[in-house]
Design a protein around this ligand. Structure first.
Ligand code: SAM
Ligand code: SF4
Ligand code: SF4
Length: 380
């Protein structure tokens, strides 16, 4: 084991099987990486498939009928996901986010939510469990998810104008269905609801003010709209800096339209800069993923659909936890929880990632022969 590189099922990315220490101690909950950053947030991708083809994430030309998505046998089962999440929780993770691909395409997802909702932190608290979805199936699934223990939800919505929305999802999906999904989530008691809009200059930046107005007027202060800078994730979206509309500019436009006042960050490691409408009409957030690096307190790990652990959204190499979950130790027995947890601890302790701080520099480039992981594979 150690540093050997083994191909994944579909050979799309490099990965390393984590080292299992000979004498694993119990997780302390005080894990820190090489930059002193704790591990608090685990994002779990439950499928690499999606019913949308947003050009900034899964452009149609690449993710077409010929594209080989992962076979069912490669995906972590709900039991494997829950076991892994439990080990991360022992290391200090308090927040779980289900994502994808489109997570609501994974069959019986509410059963996974139920299993995760039963987990407790070492001090006996329940976890903050949320889900990021394109909202297309939310109207049908919101109540079952809430009943299973989901607390809140983030819905991606890039435009209010139907033609713009259909163009951006590139499968002609109508915006009205997503808006109904958000209403269903409100009715089911999922709260707070966040709506994420990825802003591409020249594509949907004319939707910033109309969408903000719609959210204020139709959903009210319980729904927080957040604007995300279009990022250079993966290797397929043809990203260009001139298509990034800086978060500053989003704030300027909303301030001009409604009047904004700054708010304090909600929690350490929080990526969104928060603002509230001066008239009390609610809150918005901007996520300056490109123009304002926030690696300094990044406490997020990502688990891919097939059990690869990624330490950064821009990583090109995963750590193959599935090999430990399904493999056997040298003594022929399955790896114990203590062994897998200790291996995860070692991986995090060695983490140095800070892509956004290095963006554009030689250090930020993937190693030769490797390429960066795609967003639909590890989620946002
Ligand atoms: N399919 C679900 C959805 O769209 O909400 C979950 C997975 S999606 C990969 C997670 C989030 O990543 C979405 O909010 C999406 O808008 C965002 N995203 C994808 N590609 C992006 C990019 N290039 N820049 C910024 N955000 C991106
Ligand atoms: Fe699908 Fe979400 Fe990616 Fe859009 S952003 S293609 S909805 S995974
Ligand atoms: Fe975290 Fe990587 Fe994003 Fe920096 S670039 S904030 S390390 S995920």
């Amino acid at each position: 084991m150690g540093d050997n590189v083994i191909p994944l099922v579909d050979q799309r990315l490099a990965s390393t099987v984590p080292t299992v220490p000979a004498d694993p101690g119990p997780p302390s909950g005080l894990l820190a990486d090489r930059r002193g950053r704790p591990l608090r947030d685990l994002r779990i991708s439950v499928t690499d498939r999606c019913n949308f083809r947003c050009s900034y994430c899964m452009p149609k030309e690449v993710f077409d009928g010929q594209y080989r998505f992962l076979p069912q046998s490669a995906l972590l089962s709900f039991e494997e996901i829950t076991r892994t999440a439990r080990l991360f929780v022992a290391h200090g993770v308090a927040k779980l986010r289900l994502t994808g691909g489109e997570p609501l395409l994974r069959r019986h997802l509410e059963r996974l939510v139920e299993q995760l909702a039963a987990l407790r932190t070492p001090t006996g608290e329940s976890l903050d469990i949320t889900l990021t979805t394109n909202g297309s199936l939310l109207e049908r699934k919101a109540q079952a998810l809430r009943d299973a223990g989901l607390r809140r939800v983030t819905v991606s919505l890039d435009a209010l104008d139907d033609a713009t929305f259909r163009r951006m999802n590139d499968v002609d999906f109508p915006v009205a269905d997503v808006l109904r999904g958000i209403e269903a989530a409100q009715r089911a008691g999922l709260a707070p609801i966040k709506i994420n809009m990825v802003v591409k200059r020249g594509t949907n930046d004319d939707q910033i003010v109309p969408l903000a107005r719609h959210v204020r007027e139709h959903f009210g202060p319980g729904v927080v709209l957040r604007f995300i800078e279009y990022m250079d994730v993966g290797a397929t979206n043809g990203w260009r800096m001139d298509e990034v509309l800086p978060a500053r500019e989003v704030v300027r436009r909303l301030d001009a339209a409604f009047g904004l006042q700054p708010l304090q960050p909600a929690a350490p490691g929080e990526t969104a800069e928060r603002w509230r409408y001066a008239d009390g009409g609610g809150e918005i957030g901007v996520i300056g993923s490109v123009t304002q690096a926030f690696c300094g307190d990044c406490n997020r790990a990502r688990l891919s659909t097939e059990g690869q652990l990624y330490l950064c959204l821009f990583a090109s190499r995963g750590h193959d936890l599935r090999a430990l979950l399904r493999g056997t130790a040298p003594d022929g027995r399955p790896y114990s929880d203590a062994q897998v947890a200790a291996a995860i601890g070692l991986v995090w302790a060695g983490r140095e990632d800070r892509y956004s701080e290095l963006r554009g520099g030689a250090q930020a480039a993937p190693a030769s022969g490797e390429r960066r992981v795609e967003m639909h594979y590890i989620g946002g």
